[in-house]
Ligand binder design. Structure first.
Ligand code: ZN
Length: 619
């Protein structure tokens, strides 16, 4: 369809608001981009038509776009942040300030029109500020037309040309992308190499490139028979000098692609029907391991579908590119010269983001733990399952999260922890951001599972997916789902674990006269699982709920057949209860024998107290 005819259609088009929850609206967008790529200059010209629907009750007087490639210029916020933060990411370090003019990245806007009329715009670092000459009214759709030019920077972080493994173009965060406007307002965050957030919508991207390049991308290739290269059963009879690759993606909030003349593509149809594509550069360090991925990832998809919700797209691509692993809709860029366990590990982690971010599209900048933490939790579950299935080497564990629980505990004791509610860009250190988002986010799910029981937790994760897929859940939305499936009140947990850095520390203070004396030494209340083992081999389980939970957990797979004791009120430091055994009959009394509770001092969780280890004397 002709662009101007299209424009006319949009102008008369008024849509009803899309409602995700009764009180929650979300914006929607349709991108159409024609990209002409110059592989000699590493530059591209782009024509972008965006149909933007304002489903909010607000009149918008300005809009913002992300211009991520502008971060790869000396003295950009990302550059200076990387050179001044106490613990820089080694992949960035001081590399940006050393880029020459033709190694830098940029996105330049040649023109921008709203409904056919030019609008004022100003590039401020990685954000394009646009003042509208006509406001966008609630429940209307407008059309932005943009003419832009981009230069692909040398690979520094996530995106760029010629990565360390020789992939020519890793094209992530490469186009002018509308910032999201939601019930919390605009999110025009400048890019400092952290998290992303986008508007849900559809993409139509046409890329013109020399015909020796193979492209892997978000979405479905529309002209597969014209292209070949493994996208269709046969190859085209003759190749023109250039190919136009036509991709479409629906219900996504970003679009990634990568291009290299040496890509080999393996295509596999999963048992769940998903077509999965694997793009890698054949070689000694890649071919053997990449050829083993399809069988392993088929099992991973099946397991994830059953635990976290059914993968809703028809295709997914694992693409060698980037600088480690980074998730995008329907695709990931991962480095590929890896051992098999490492290759599977990164593939599983990035795939998991298809659930926690690419379908449950939280604002990652505000809630990085909802994507990285939940992904870390799920990845450990998947890797453990693959070990049980003997698809990857290693012994499966009863609790695959213990290492990360200990990691969180150690960091929380360092005094450098920052609360999870911190905006991802504004953590003081990279480490605090990393531990908070990945590790403590994972531990948070493990604590919820401990509090509400495994059965409620598992159905809660599925319920969370069903309720919030293709929407923008915030942290409260997640806790509300968990409250509904468990029938318990969990606001207190959220307020302690997300908003503060308070820690958990319970102690068995004493045992005498058949009475167990407990003490809360930490600042955070939690329910307690208590296991009493007797010398004649019997085991008794006791459960103390927090009064503010307004109920007890049910159906815990690890802690079964427990006797429910009286609730513990969080204001009370002490608690005691009687059992039928006397000291001489007791083998051990333990708080949380399953080691799921993130208790920062486990040494006082057991009675009789473990003998302190005697330090060997100096020679
Ligand atoms: Zn991740």
């Amino acid at each position: 369809m002709n662009r101007y005819l299209l424009l006319f259609t949009f102008l008369v088009f008024i849509k009803q608001p899309v409602k995700s929850q009764p009180e929650r609206w979300q914006q929607s967008v349709k991108y159409k981009m024609d990209i002409n790529f110059d592989v000699k200059k590493h530059q591209f010209d782009g024509l972008q038509v965006v149909q933007y629907t304002n489903n909010s009750p607000d009149t918008l007087y300005n809009v913002f776009y992300h211009l991520y490639f502008n971060a790869f210029q000396p003295n950009s916020m990302m550059d200076v942040r990387s050179r001044t933060i106490a613990d820089p990411d080694k992949r960035v370090g001081d590399r940006i300030v050393k880029l020459t003019t033709d190694e830098q990245g940029f996105i330049r806007i040649n023109s921008l029109k709203l409904n056919g009329r030019k609008v004022l715009h100003k590039s401020v670092g990685t954000i394009l500020e646009v003042k509208l000459n006509e406001p966008i009214l609630p429940n209307t759709t407008v059309v932005f037309e943009m003419d832009f030019k981009g230069q692909v920077p040398l690979q520094i972080r996530r995106s760029g040309r010629f990565n360390a493994e020789g992939i020519e173009y890793s094209m992530a965060q490469w186009y002018p992308k509308l910032c999201n406007y939601d019930y919390q307002g605009w999110h025009a965050n400048p890019y400092v190499a952290r998290e992303f957030y986008g508007v849900w919508g559809n993409f139509e991207v046409n890329i013109t490139m020399p015909s020796n390049y193979i492209i892997a991308a978000t979405g479905i290739l529309q002209n597969a028979t014209e292209i070949g290269f493994g996208y269709s059963a046969s190859e085209p009879e003759e190749r023109k000098e250039k190919n136009i690759w036509r991709f479409k993606a629906e219900n996504v909030h970003d679009f990634v692609w990568a291009a290299d003349p040496d890509y080999k593509q393996i295509v596999n149809k999963n048992d769940d029907g998903t077509i999965v594509r694997y793009f890698f550069q054949p070689g000694e360090k890649t071919t053997e391991n990449w050829e083993r991925l399809p069988v392993i990832m088929n099992e991973a998809f099946s397991f994830i579908n059953s635990k976290f919700g059914k993968y809703p797209f028809s295709e997914y691509s694992f693409i060698q590119g980037g600088d480690g692993g980074m998730e995008y809709p329907m695709a990931t860029l991962i480095t590929g010269n890896r051992t098999l366990p490492s290759l599977v590990g990164v593939s599983v982690h990035e795939l998991m983001h298809s659930w926690f971010q690419m379908v449950l599209g939280s604002n990652e900048a505000l809630y990085p733990w909802m994507d990285e933490g939940f992904t870390s939790y799920a990845s450990n579950e998947v890797m453990n399952h693959l070990k049980i299935k003997k698809l990857i080497p290693g012994e499966p564990l009863d609790n695959p999260h213990i290492k990360d629980i200990n990691g969180y505990i150690n960091f929380s004791l360092s005094g450098k922890e920052e609360p999870l509610i911190t905006h991802s860009d504004h953590y003081v250190t990279n480490t605090a951001y990393g531990v908070g988002s990945y590790t403590k986010g994972e531990v948070l799910l493990e604590q919820i599972k401990y509090i509400i029981g495994e059965q409620a937790f598992e159905s809660g994760m599925l319920q969370y997916f069903e309720t919030w897929k293709f929407k923008h859940p915030n942290s409260n939305d997640f806790f509300r789902v968990m409250e509904k499936v468990s029938g318990l009140e969990l606001d207190w947990f959220k307020e302690y674990f997300v908003y503060t850095t308070h820690t958990i520390d319970y102690e068995i203070e004493d045992f005498k006269d058949k009475t167990i004396f407990l003490k809360n030494k930490g600042f955070m209340p939690m329910p307690l699982d208590i296991t009493v083992k007797t010398k004649d081999g019997k085991q008794f389980q006791y459960y103390i709920a927090q009064e503010i939970m307004r109920g007890e957990k049910k159906g815990d797979k690890v802690f079964k057949n427990f006797k429910v004791l009286e609730d513990w009120a969080w204001t009370h430091p002490n608690y005691s209860f009687k059992i039928n055994q006397k000291l001489s009959e007791i083998e051990s009394i333990e708080i949380d024998a399953s080691k799921r509770l993130a208790d920062v001092d486990r040494s006082n969780n057991i009675w009789p107290r473990l003998e302190p280890k005697v330090k060997p004397e100096k020679e």
